[in-house]
Design a binder for this molecule. Structure first.
Ligand code: DC
Length: 335
């Protein structure tokens, strides 16, 4: 026996809407799981406490689900929960891998039942995107893909090989011969270059500028984009970068663009580097960050730009916790 889950939402607490939504949900579950009616032993429904107009079980009976046992219950009121939502659990007499179905925005942020979803977080250096992405990934139990680390690894490979980062042909040649891997240990991304863990080295300040220069090359970007799409298509993840919402995943479920005032971004990078024992001049760092912004925003291919459907988050006067809470609320409002 398998259990198949599904959920849907309605716009108004009205009988006809409930009937339609339940019928659609059950039909989609049947179609996607190639179910025969008599394979369904029973269906348990629950609906949020704002639904009173009709019983989903009755709607199912009317939709022709007559031979299985049906049951409806009301859920307690949960703060921040999805409103006007009907959930279903089907007990099915069949040996199969269940395909859970979430319709009309009823996607749940649960790795075990939801289909793959992606959160795109773009923004300039020091906007907080990487820290925010890490925390979201931890809280939602999904993967964090730091795409900047991939460009940084390419840059490091070029610096180590003495290849001019502005020479696209030489860089492309080099990249063909280098194995770049992104692996996860205890949920933390490690970046490997030729099998060697370079996760710390790529954070060096000289690598930042080289990464920005290398990311201008279309061939490098194509290579990175393919890798990123392949990972994001396979599993739910939060990706941070410059072009995720605009180019890599234009259909990402959630898109955010983080920003902050330049002096604040410079100070954050300064603190980060200082904590690692790297000494840099704060003013120089600010100049570098502005140069990098300029370089990343004006390149011909996939420049740093906010996607039209992204939510802008200015983190200048926010703590990281506040930024994460803001993003979670915005996601909750969307689903
Ligand atoms: O986010 P970061 O500082 O680690 O990124 C380093 C550089 O890599 C950045 O200046 C531009 C480039 N990059 C990019 O072009 N596209 C991405 N998706 C991520 C990073």
């Amino acid at each position: 026996m398998v259990v198949i889950r599904g959920a849907t939402t309605i716009a108004h607490d009205e009988k006809e809407e409930i009937r339609q939504a339940v019928k659609e949900l059950l039909e989609q579950i049947e179609n996607r799981n190639l179910l025969l009616r008599d394979e369904i032993m029973s269906i348990v429904f629950s609906s949020t406490s704002d639904i009173h107009a009709y019983y989903p079980a009755k709607a199912a009976r009317e939709a022709g689900f007559e031979s299985c046992s049906l049951f409806s219950a009301q859920e307690p009121d949960i703060e921040g929960g999805l409103p006007l939502c009907i959930r279903a659990m089907l007990f099915v007499e069949k040996d199969m891998t269940p395909h859970h179905v979430y319709l009309r925005g009823a996607k749940v942020l649960r790795r075990d039942v939801a289909s793959v979803y992606n959160i795109a977080i773009d923004g300039p250096a020091g906007s907080g995107k990487s820290t925010v992405a890490k925390l979201l990934a931890r809280d939602y139990h999904i993967l964090h893909l730091d795409t900047g680390a991939m460009y940084r690894a390419c840059a490091l490979a070029a610096l180590q090989a003495g290849v001019d980062v502005s020479d696209e042909i030489a860089v492309a040649d080099l990249m063909r011969g280098v194995k770049l891997e992104v692996v996860y240990t205890d949920g933390v991304q490690r970046t490997l270059l030729g099998g060697r863990d370079v996760s710390e080295e790529i954070r060096r300040n000289d690598v930042s500028m080289a990464a920005s220069a290398i990311s201008k090359h279309p061939s490098v970007r194509m290579h990175m984009m393919e890798k990123q799409r392949e990972i994001a298509g396979r599993m739910s993840c939060v990706l941070d970068g410059r072009d995720i919402g605009t180019f890599v995943l234009p259909d990402a479920d959630f898109k955010f663009f983080l920003t902050a005032r330049p002096e604040i971004r410079a100070q954050r990078r300064f603190d980060e580097l200082a904590a690692k024992g790297e000494t840099v001049d704060l003013n120089e760092l600010k100049e570098e960050i502005l140069r990098r912004d300029e370089q990343d925003s004006t390149r011909a291919v996939a420049p740093l730009r906010m996607a039209e459907d992204a939510v802008l988050v200015d983190t200048s006067d926010m703590t990281i916790e506040e930024a994460v809470a803001f993003i979670k609320r915005a996601m909750q409002e969307k689903i």
